[in-house]
Write a protein of this length. Structure first.
Length: 151
């Protein structure tokens, strides 16, 4: 007979894995339907996160976040630029730096595909009280930190 707490923990781990797989499938569907690679979608997510946090994004920083070398990052940014999803702009504070910015059309494209899922998720969270939402946030933050560890 399994320990109840350990069993509950493993149930949650398996549910998290199922959510991860389902979201990966949705990302792949979005990428395929818009002529992109999975890495392109990850790049757009990084760029949206940078925009939301007010952080400048250079090609070097983007490549680092995606685990790409310089040539791979250049190819990725070129591809996304050709698709109209990003643009290269000179940094106003340091004209030597080139920033990568997400285009509003890419944000709208992502919203049209993922918006219903986001709305359903927000609606689900609305059913939780503040303490429960804080617990979910702590759990997901901790899980993210655990996943970021490489050993």
């Amino acid at each position: 007979m399994r320990d109840s707490a350990a069993g509950d923990a493993m149930d949650i781990v398996h549910l998290l894995r199922a959510v991860t797989v389902e979201l990966s499938l949705r990302n792949a569907e979005f990428a395929a339907s818009n002529g992109m690679h999975g890495t392109d979608v990850r790049a757009l997510i990084c760029l949206m996160d940078a925009l939301r946090s007010g952080t400048d994004m250079t090609a070097g920083r983007l490549g680092e976040q995606l685990g790409l070398n310089s040539a791979g990052t250049t190819g990725l940014v070129d591809r996304l630029e050709r698709l109209g999803h990003v643009r290269r702009v000179r940094d106003e504070r340091d004209r030597r730096r080139v920033l990568i910015e997400i285009d509003e059309r890419a944000v709208a494209l992502g919203q049209s595909f993922f918006g219903p899922l986001i709305a359903r998720t927000v609606e689900l969270l609305d059913g939780y009280d503040e303490r429960d939402r804080a617990a979910v946030k702590r759990f997901l933050t901790g899980t993210l930190r655990a996943a970021e560890q490489r050993s």
